[in-house]
Every structure is written in C-alpha cells, then in structure tokens.
Design a protein around this ligand. Structure first.
Ligand code: DGL
Length: 275
C-alpha cells in the first residue's frame, strides 16, 4: 500500500526525462514516479495495438503506485495510445484517474514561434504517420503549414548511448536536410519526440542560422501547471513532499548512468517486472 500519491511520468525510455526535468523545476513541491519502459523501447516503429498494449500496462502500473495523474511524456504513446486510454480504458477501469499527453499542449503554442507560418515537425514513424500534429496544430493555427518527417534512427542513437558519436552526425544531417528540402521557408522545427532534445547540440550544428528549434519540456511543464491550477480536484489528490523515484523495465545500471546525464542529477532507479 502506497502512502504517497505521486504524479506518474512515462516514456518508452530516457526521453521523458527531458520533459520531467522541466516539470520538476517548475513544480518541485509534488511527488513523482518516473518509469522508462527501456526493456521494450523504442516504441516508434511499433503498431497501434502494441503501443496501446504496452502503454496501458505501464499506466496500470502507475495506478498501482498510487498515481492519480499520469503524464505520457512520449509523443508516440500520446499519438497511438492516449485517445483509447482516455476514451475506452479509463471510463471502464479507473474513472477517477487522469492520463494526459504531450501533443495537445505543444500544438496549442507552436504556431506562436513561426514568423513564416511554416513549421517542421520531427518525430518517430508512429507519431508522424498518425498525422496527430497536423490535425492538432490546424485546430489552433489553421494558417500554419506543417511539414513532417519521421527520423527512425534518432531514438536508437539515444537509447543505445550513441548520441554523441560521429555516426550520429550522419543521421542527424540526413533527416534535417530532408526536412528543409520540403520548404525553404521553414523557420521553426519542433522536436516532437522527447528523446530528440538529447541530440540538440548536433541538431543545431547542422541547421542554418535563424531556424528555431523547439523542445517540449517547458511547454509541457507550463501546461501541466495550468492544468493543476484549473483542476484543483486533481491537484489536491497529489501528495506534496517533493519526493521522486525512478523505475525502469530494463537494466538499472544503464538507466542510472545514462539517465543521470540526461536528467542532470544523480538517479538511482529500481527495476520493475510487470510484463
Ligand atoms: N520519447 C518517445 C517519443 O516522444 C520515443 C518513442 C520511441 O520509443 O520510439 O516519441
């Protein structure tokens, strides 16, 4: 039985740490549980059914940890599993719990960054093929042209610790060139995968000056703060002792070593076996 009621932060692996870092900085008073499903990452090339099945298993694990609210800090899970979880699973099994994603809060603001009304969106195959960003961005910014591209090699570069290698440069330049060749007026590039900020230095190295690169951490953190402000009935359920625990479905030594670099603070994780 858990006495804390933390906010759950989920990702297929390390990427969610880039979002969690911003959330923890903005809202340090709450308790948190982070879970990386590193044992089954990457999710990006998997089917809708598989991403839904894996994500739901993880969400149920968060509920068993006492979380009243879970943030899917993963675009692929937000694109391929969130709607079913919100509309079909929660009403049946956990109507008092909330699960939120990262696509809607990002779509709500991304149009404010562009002056040319041309935005590039980079994500996993799953996120890009779902068309979620085009649909959501056009709800808020119908005038903005959205050019999307899947970068299937970028998540493995991060998950397998190759994000600083010279091999990474090849795949970073390749996808950026392909995106920019779609429209020379793109002035804003959204990193619509929470793993991609870990490649930020190399991404900036291969972009012409004047193009803004937007990561989601601060956007999602601000949106969560606003949500908790508007939904006091949820906010008051969350325990506030400033405690965080980290969990992974794979090797803890790897998670602690990589995760500590990405999170900017020492991490000691626990291994979870629930599948
Ligand atoms: N961080 C996940 C995202 O935002 C990566 C997905 C994956 O595991 O491929 O999409």
């Amino acid at each position: 039985m858990n006495s804390t009621r933390p906010i759950g932060i989920f990702d297929s692996g390390y990427g969610g740490l880039t979002v969690f870092k911003s959330i923890a900085a903005l809202l340090p008073q709450y308790d948190y549980v982070y879970l990386g499903d590193n044992g089954r990452a990457p999710y990006g090339n998997r089917s809708f059914e598989t991403v839904h099945e894996y994500t739901l298993e993880c969400v149920e694990w968060f509920f068993s940890m006492g979380c009243p609210l879970v943030i899917l800090a993963c675009n692929t899970a937000s694109a391929k599993a969130l709607r079913n979880i919100q509309q079909l699973d929660l009403p049946r099994t956990a109507p008092d719990k909330r699960v939120l994603g990262v696509i809607r809060p990002t779509a709500e603001v991304i149009g404010n960054y562009t002056k040319t009304n041309s935005v590039g969106v980079l994500g996993t195959k799953g996120t890009i093929n779902s068309g979620s960003y085009e649909i959501e961005i056009h709800k808020f910014f119908p005038q903005v042209k959205v050019h999307s591209l899947a970068c299937p090699m970028w998540v493995p570069l991060v998950e397998y610790g190759e994000y600083q290698s010279s091999g990474a440069d090849y795949f970073i330049q390749k996808y950026l060139d392909a995106l920019l060749s779609k429209d020379s007026s793109i002035d804003t590039i959204l990193l619509a995968c929470t793993h991609y900020p870990l490649l930020m230095d190399k991404i900036c190295k291969y972009l012409p000056e004047g193009i803004k690169v937007v990561a989601q951490g601060d956007i999602v953190a601000n949106s969560l703060a606003d949500y908790l402000h508007r939904h006091t009935e949820i906010a008051q359920l969350i325990s506030q002792t400033g405690h965080t625990s980290f969990h992974t479905t794979d090797d803890t030594a790897d998670f602690d070593a990589q995760g500590s670099i990405f999170f900017g603070r020492e991490i000691k994780s626990r291994n979870e076996h629930f599948f």
